[in-house]
Design a protein around this ligand. Structure first.
Ligand code: XMP
Length: 337
């Protein structure tokens, strides 16, 4: 039995012990709850007190996956977390060029994340060395990689890695970290989602962010079923933002555990004015779930679906058809890839 206040105190002490007086941590934020809470906790532990600990909490952002500016403003301005925006979108997109296989996408993204982390860590160290040459006191090495792994992520990845089959490589755990020089620090790995939310509230993370639906580590790449291009990312982002906006307007956001749009690699015939169109299809997903191990599809009021569909087909160029996913987990999974 423990309280969340005790957890914060204990975890901050643990982080400081693990990192030592000078150890520095690198990490990334997606704009989701877990990575934000992890970054804020790290900031409380070693970010603020860099005078005492001479540590620095550096958080990276991969802008292809979410609206980078919003995430930056929130973390940097509202939460005071030191954030450097690294636009690695060209690198991610070039490595994903032509790749459709879900596991390949996950592996490429995971490996690219690590390459970017290691490259950034090297840059931070080179900067520190320059400063030291000019007489600044020596800084610690960037040895640690911050991950917002939760308890269910740990469990799922263990149970998924049965002898015969891996269902999905959850990219923030396990396999991909084999060759990494950075060591993992996972302050949330004993917590469930609702506990992370409670922790976020205690750390003064704004309510809309704390309540945000989960967002997967591999980002929109696993919601684009065909090849990932800048164009496809843009179409999906537009559709997704209309979808979420309408869910919020209808007052349903907090009743749904996770909702997102998926871009299908198929084209369908439609009509606009008196012209024939031949464009892509958006699938909408919304589920209710306790722990995401199982999930039920969410029964929207038809009027809400109607509004969402009409806005997406009218406003998103390249989409002429919207479909609603009525599959539960199992046998489907929450994400399509
Ligand atoms: P699935 O699709 O496995 O999703 O039913 C269950 C929950 O996990 C999220 N998800 C991921 N999260 N890295 C993550 O951090 C991943 O690779 C990943 N794959 C799925 C998914 O969004 C859902 O909340």
């Amino acid at each position: 039995n423990w309280t969340m206040e005790e957890f914060i105190g204990k975890e901050i002490t643990r982080i400081r012990e693990i990192c030592g007086p000078k150890g520095r941590v690198i990490g990334a934020v997606s704009g989701g709850v877990d990575s934000t809470v992890a970054a804020k906790l790290m900031h409380e532990a070693i970010g603020d007190r860099k005078v005492v600990f001479e540590t620095k909490c550096r958080v990276l952002l991969m802008p292809i996956f979410q609206t980078a500016q919003q995430v930056f403003d929130m973390l940097n301005k509202d939460l005071g977390v030191n954030l450097t925006v690294v636009d690695a979108s060209d690198l991610f997109l070039s490595r994903l060029d032509g790749v459709e296989d879900p596991e390949k996408k996950r592996k490429i993204i995971g490996n690219t994340f690590i390459n970017v982390f290691e490259e950034e860590a090297a840059k931070i160290e080179a900067e520190a060395e320059e400063e030291e040459k000019k007489g600044a006191e020596a800084k610690g090495r960037v040895e640690w990689l911050l991950q917002g792994t939760l308890y269910p992520d740990v469990i799922e990845s263990i149970s998924f890695k049965g002898p015969s089959a891996t269902i999905k490589t959850h990219h923030n755990v396990g396999g991909l970290l084999k060759d990494m020089k950075l060591k993992l620090i996972e302050p949330l790995r004993e917590l469930f989602k609702d506990e992370v939310r409670a922790l976020g509230r205690l750390l003064s993370i704004p309510a809309p962010l704390v309540q945000r639906h989960p967002f997967p580590g591999p980002g929109l790449a696993i919601r684009i079923l065909g090849p990932v291009t800048r164009d496809q990312v843009k179409i999906l982002q537009q559709a997704d933002s209309i979808y979420i906006e309408e869910i919020r307007k209808a007052g349903l956001y907090d009743q749904i555990s996770q909702a997102f749009a998926v871009l299908l690699p198929v084209k369908a015939v439609g009509v606009m004015g008196d012209a024939r169109t031949y464009e892509q299809v958006i699938a909408l997903r919304a589920v209710q779930s306790e722990d995401f191990m199982t999930a039920d599809w969410y029964a929207f009021p038809p009027a809400v679906l109607k509004r969402i569909s009409s806005r997406i087909t009218n406003e998103v160029s390249g989409i002429n058809r919207v479909t609603y996913d009525i599959s539960s987990k199992p046998p489907a999974t929450v994400e399509w890839l």
